[in-house]
Design a protein around this ligand. Structure first.
Ligand code: G4F
Length: 324
C-alpha cells in the first residue's frame, strides 16, 4: 500500500521539490495551504502547478491547532514534513511577533496534533536551520555546535528544534530535525539574496534593469541546491532511529562570490551593476556559516550532488528563460 505524506509549506521551494520526490517514490502526497482558493493555479501554487493533479491540498493554518488535528485525523499520514514557516530572516527584524508566533506555535500545534496519534507511529520532520548557529561558536558547524541565534527567526528555529527533541524524548515520537544550511534553486523566493541576484542578472542582461541593490556582500554562506536537500529530509524519516542532522555542502562563499559568478555567467562584470544599499544591512548579521555534514554522510549515505557553480548557472539560466 502507498505511504501517505503530509507536507506543510507544500507551495514553497522545498515543499514543491519534496512533493515531487515523494510522488516519484509512490507516496500519496497531501499538503496544507492557507487562504488560497484551491482552484487558483496562478498565484501561490505556481511551484506545484505541474503536480496539482497528483497532490491533495487541504485548507488549514499553522495558527489553528484544530485545523491541523482534523487534517491528520482525515488522512492518517505515515510521514509529516513540517516545512511551513515565516522563513525570511530580514523580515523577522521587522515583525518578530509574527515570526515567533507562527514558527513556534505552529510547530508546537503540529507536534501536539501528531502526538494524539502516537500509536499510528507517524514520523515527523522539522525544518531546522543553520541560522540556529547564528554568530557561530565554532566552524564548521555540526550537530553538537552550540546555538547562538541572531534573529527572532533563528530563535524560533531553536525553539522548534527543542520542541521536536522534547516530543521525541517525552512522547516517543519518531521526530527528527534537519539543520539545513542555505539551499537555493530557480524556485527560490525573490526576497532571498541568491534569487535577487540571479533575477537581477537576467533582467540586466535583457536590458530591463541596470543595477542591483545589495546589503552586506561580505556575508558567507554554505549554499546548496534545494533538490539535493529534500532527499536528505526523506532519508531522515526512513531511519529506524529519529535523529538530528546537519545538511550542507562543506563549502562557503560570500554574497560577493555569488554575484561575481552569476554576472560572469552572462559575460558581465558584477562591479558595474551592484550598488551598496545600507538599508539592506541587518541590525544583527550572521557573518559566516559552514556545514560539517559528516553525520549525514555516514548514517544517511547522503551527499550534495549539485555544485555551487552548477547552482548559480541553473538559477541564472532559468531566470533568463523567464524573461523571454
Ligand atoms: O538570502 P538570505 O536572505 O538568506 P539567510 O538570511 O541566510 O536565510 C536563509 O537561509 C537560512 C539557512 O541558513 C534559512 F533558515 C532561512 O529561512 C533562509 O532560507 O541572506 C543571505 C545573506 C545575509 O547575510 C544577508 O545579509 O545575504 C545578505 N544580503 C546582502 N544583501 C542580502 C542582501 N540578503 C537579502 N535577502 N537581500 C539583499 O539584498
Amino acid at each position: 500500500m502507498s505511504k501517505v505524506a503530509l507536507i506543510t509549506g507544500i507551495t514553497g521551494q522545498d515543499g514543491s521539490y519534496l512533493a515531487e520526490l515523494l510522488i516519484s517514490k509512490g507516496y500519496k502526497v497531501h499538503g496544507i495551504v492557507r487562504r488560497v482558493a484551491l482552484e487558483d493555479e496562478t498565484h501561490r501554487l505556481w511551484r506545484i502547478r505541474n503536480i496539482l493533479n497528483d497532490v491533495t491540498l487541504h485548507a488549514g493554518s499553522l495558527e489553528s491547532y484544530a485545523s491541523l488535528f482534523n487534517i491528520i485525523l482525515k488522512i492518517k499520514p505515515n510521514e509529516v514534513y513540517h516545512l511551513a514557516a515565516q522563513s525570511y530572516v530580514g523580515y523577522s527584524f521587522e515583525d518578530e511577533f509574527s515570526t515567533l508566533n507562527i514558527n513556534i506555535n505552529g510547530t508546537h500545534y503540529l507536534l501536539s496534533a501528531v502526538k494524539e496519534f502516537v500509536s499510528s507511529k507517524i514520523r515527523f520532520y522539522f525544518a531546522g536551520s543553520s541560522e540556529m548557529f547564528g554568530k557561530v561558536k565554532e566552524s564548521p558547524q555540526k550537530e553538537n555546535t552550540p546555538f547562538n541565534p541572531r534573529s527572532s527567526y533563528g530563535i524560533s528555529k531553536v525553539t522548534g528544534f527543542y520542541l521536536t527533541k522534547n516530543y521525541r524524548e517525552a512522547y516517543n515520537l519518531h521526530a527528527s530535525s534537519g539543520l539545513l544550511f542555505n539551499h537555493e534553486s530557480p524556485r527560490r523566493g525573490f526576497e532571498f539574496v541568491t534569487r535577487k541576484i540571479s533575477n537581477g542578472v537576467a533582467r540586466i542582461k535583457k536590458g530591463l534593469q541596470k543595477k542591483i541593490k545589495l546589503g552586506n556582500m561580505k556575508a558567507k554562506r554554505d549554499w546548496g541546491h534545494a533538490k539535493d536537500y529534500v532527499e536528505a529530509m526523506w532519508l531522515m524519516l526512513q531511519q529506524d532511529n529519529p535523529e538530528d542532522y546537519v545538511i550542507g555542502t562543506g563549502k562557503e562563499y560570500s554574497v560577493e562570490d555569488f554575484a561575481k559568478k552569476a554576472f560572469s555567467h552572462v559575460g558581465l562584470n558584477y562591479k558595474d551593476h551592484i550598488i551598496l544599499d545600507k538599508n539592506l544591512i541587518r541590525p544583527a548579521e550572521v557573518d559566516a556559516l559552514l556545514a560539517d555534514y559528516s553525520k549525514a554522510k555516514k548514517n544517511l549515505n547522503w551527499e550534495p550532488k549539485i555544485t555551487f557553480d552548477e547552482l548559480v548557472a541553473n538559477m541564472v539560466d532559468e531566470d533568463l528563460k523567464a524573461q523571454n
